[in-house]
Design a binder for this molecule. Structure first.
Ligand code: KIV
Length: 360
């Protein structure tokens, strides 16, 4: 008797399970993962009207006519129209397009990019390059004192003067770039009197700069604070300071030991407190740069400091393979313009020697 009861119960449980499974299946079927809706073709007004009024059918019965409602037949969905002309692909997959309306030439906009997307800066020293890299979509152009080693044939940036910087800043502005233009204050300018510093910043800004860049951390923070209060936006620069290359005895990484890491931290905080809208971190130990980027409010823009900074800056001539001297280890050129130009020019020289003038 007990066994009979058990059997009955277990068969009921089975039934129940079966019905739950069926219910589940039904639910799953009701919600397809991919929408199967087919877009219907727009209907003519008459066709629409037809759908609204339920159809009636007259059924003849002996003696009287009875009107019987029959269900409205839904139109059969037509198969989706597949275009025989697939969308055109970019014929040159290496041609990138950047939405330039996304670039605003203000320091506030640049600072606000932190945490949203990576910031891109490149150097320019003349109108042609300014136009070109602005069209490529950079967020800011730096008229760097690297003009000394890149264009002017110096071994270091030390010989570059404020007159050189004013001249190149004005040329970059004439290229009419759509992004922010930051100009470097050259060697010595931040170490003389504040009046001299202010006057040099004034000259750069009156000749096309939107902001100035100053190398140094806590030692220059007071002057930066005063400049910012005067209305001069300042970009900081810590880590390797190329203007001090004679004092430090060469180019190298910074922040690998504890003392240097502590100093970099103090420098970054001092610049943040002084009101810098962004800070360049050059040749900094990657782990320190990553931590600093997370800790300070202004964007930390790296050069040879790893990929975890808030953005990157490079010397454009290095990037395009235009620099004749050996490149810094962290630069991977994206073109060989120097070599290509040399080959093109050698060909031209040969043609002229052979009296083979290439005509249009
Ligand atoms: O002068 C310059 O180009 C620079 C960049 C390398 C950051 O300071």
């Amino acid at each position: 008797m007990a066994d009979e009861k058990k059997l009955k119960v277990s068969s009921e449980v089975k039934k129940e399970r079966k019905s739950t499974t069926t219910a589940k299946k039904t639910v799953r079927r009701k919600k397809p993962a991919v929408s199967t809706k087919v877009k219907e073709k727009p209907k003519s007004p008459e066709a629409k009207e037809e759908k609204k009024v339920p159809k009636e059918e007259v059924v003849s019965e002996p003696g009287k006519d009875v009107k019987k409602e029959v269900p409205v037949q839904q139109p059969v969905a037509e198969p989706p129209v597949v275009s025989r002309h697939p969308p055109k692909r970019n014929p040159n997959p290496r041609r990138y397009s950047v939405d330039l309306s996304d670039i605003k030439p203000t320091t506030k906009y640049l600072s606000g990019l932190k945490g949203k997307r990576s910031i891109v800066g490149l150097t320019a020293y003349d109108a042609i390059m300014s136009k070109l890299i602005s069209k490529a979509g950079v967020d800011f152009i730096l008229v760097g004192d690297s003009v000394g080693t890149t264009l002017l044939g110096y071994d270091t940036t030390i010989p570059v003067t404020i007159d050189d910087m004013v001249y190149h800043t004005a040329a970059v502005r004439r290229g009419n770039p759509g992004c922010l233009v930051v100009a470097d204050l050259p060697f010595g300018e931040a170490s003389l009197s504040f009046d001299r510093l202010l006057d040099s910043a004034r000259r750069l800004m009156q000749n096309g700069a939107d902001a100035v860049k100053i190398e140094g951390g806590k030692d220059v923070a007071d002057d930066i604070e005063k400049l910012v209060a005067t209305g001069v936006p300042v970009m900081g620069h810590i880590g390797l300071l190329p203007q001090t290359v004679k004092a430090i005895g060469g180019y190298r990484k910074f922040g690998a030991d504890r003392d240097e890491a502590d100093n970099l931290y103090t420098d970054a905080i001092s610049l943040e407190e002084a009101g810098c809208f962004a800070v360049i971190a050059e040749m900094m130990d990657e782990r320190i740069a990553t931590q600093l980027a997370r800790q300070i409010l202004p964007p930390l823009i790296g050069i040879g400091s790893g990929d975890q900074c808030d953005g990157q800056i490079l010397v454009t001539h290095d990037l395009l393979g235009l620099t004749p001297s050996p490149l810094p280890s962290f630069v991977k050129p994206c073109a060989t313009l120097g070599l290509d130009g040399l080959n093109a020019l050698s060909g031209y020289v040969q043609n002229i020697r052979n009296r083979q003038l290439v005509r249009k």
